[in-house]
Write a protein that binds this ligand. Structure first.
Ligand code: FES
Ligand SMILES: [Fe+2]
Length: 389
């Protein structure tokens, strides 16, 4: 068996793995240590499934996009058959990236910007111009290295190591909570991007509790009672639950009014609740009666993360033209910034020599699930499902 060097001493995780009601948070080094961060990129991101965006980001054959996946970079593209695929974003000549992470391009040849080697959309090398004579050089032996990719409800996921269990197994029973929203058919109407000076797990922990809501989210507390809802029992690597809308509120917005249309196919209950589902390690789905908001997190370093929010609506909302998603984006931009300020403050706090992991309380049961998923992962060396109180 492969021995995995543990990132944190198991004895330092006993508090985090104690039964719910007696447990604590993670030790400070989980949020500050470069070695722990590097370990997580390898075992939690590259050995598992990382969300790299939407299939709709590549609308046409030949469209491509480079995205970070753990410490690696993936070149996503839509091939001539119309199927999305992924390659390591590394030229087979001297290793230049084919696109910088975040960049997009299109066309039927993938040209390396450094010396102009060109690849076809299936990754095969087509030409190595002005290379000179090398008797043993076989063009066919220098194709791009493929990366494993799967699509789920319109989102693309990559598994860098190629060795993770299937995506369906990774997600477990998440599908049943998402199905009615038919996310693959929803259309993106807005995006926001943030650089948050906090560890990626602090963003996850913050997402999974509303204990902080009465303190820092006056707008949110006008449309949803902070102590409402319940959490689920996941059979995959995710954590999540519901919150109720207040009687006057149709959705999460400043006024509680919707500027869109209810998503078709939702139950009466789904029309009165919002669901917060965090897919480990980096995708958060917030399902509203009339839109789906996602937070996709790209860790930058132990103390900083990039967060990309995307707002998906029913095609009916966008059909007439002139649709204004700002009722949703304004609300969440304000709420996000309140959250980021809190996460950044916690990052500074956990970096203090005086920091000790504190108690995880009743309203933090989903945080307990998230933290146990992380701590069990540190101990076993692979992504596991959360412990449900
Ligand atoms: S590194 Fe890509 S062509 Fe040289
Ligand atoms: Fe919050």
């Amino acid at each position: 068996m492969d021995t995995v060097l543990l990132p944190i001493e198991p004895a330092r995780l006993e508090g985090a793995l104690a039964p719910f009601g007696a447990s604590t948070g993670l030790p400070g080094e989980a949020y500050t240590s470069p070695a722990t961060f590097a370990w997580e990129m390898r075992h939690f991101f590259e050995d598992s499934w990382v969300c790299v965006g939407r299939s709709a980001d590549l609308p046409q054959a030949g469209d491509r996009r480079a995205v970070k996946a753990g410490a690696e970079s993936a070149l996503l593209l839509r091939d001539t058959e119309g199927t999305p695929s992924a390659f390591f974003n590394v030229c087979r000549h001297r290793g230049h990236e084919l696109l910088e992470a975040g960049e997009t391009a299109s066309g039927e040849r993938v040209a390396c910007p450094y010396h102009g080697w060109e690849y076809a959309l299936d990754g095969r090398l087509r030409s190595a111009p002005r290379l000179g004579r090398r008797a043993s050089f076989q063009v066919g032996e220098h194709g791009l290295a493929p990366m494993r990719l799967s699509e789920w409800n319109g989102w693309l996921f990559v598994n860098v190591s190629g060795e993770a269990p299937d995506l369906a197994r990774h997600l477990g029973n998440l599908e049943e909570h998402v199905l009615a929203y038919a996310p693959a058919g929803l259309v993106s109407a807005a995006r926001q991007s943030y650089l948050v000076r906090a560890n990626w797990k602090l963003i996850g922990e913050n997402y999974h509790e509303c204990y902080h809501c009465p303190q820092i989210h006056p707008e949110l507390c006008r449309v949803t009672p902070s102590d409402s809802g319940e959490n689920y029992a996941p059979t995959g690597a995710w954590v999540g639950g519901s919150m109720d809308l207040m009687e006057h509120a149709q959705t999460m917005s400043m006024s509680g009014r919707s500027g869109g249309f209810p998503l078709p196919g939702l139950s009466d209950r789904q029309r009165r609740q919002v669901y917060y589902l965090g897919v480990f390690p980096n995708l958060y789905l917030s399902l509203h009666p009339d839109y789906v908001l996602t937070h996709r997190v790209e860790p930058v370093g132990p103390d900083s993360s990039r967060v990309e929010c995307e707002y998906l609506f029913s095609p009916r909302a966008l059909a007439g033209g002139g649709f204004d998603p700002s009722y949703a984006t304004e609300f969440w931009d304000v709420t996000n910034k309140e959250d980021w300020a809190a996460c950044e403050s916690v990052q500074r706090g956990v970096s203090s020599r005086a920091f000790q992991p504190g108690p995880i309380s009743g309203p933090e049961d989903a945080v307990y699930q998230f933290i146990t998923m992380v701590a069990d992962g540190y101990v076993t060396g692979r992504v596991s499902r959360p412990r449900v109180p």
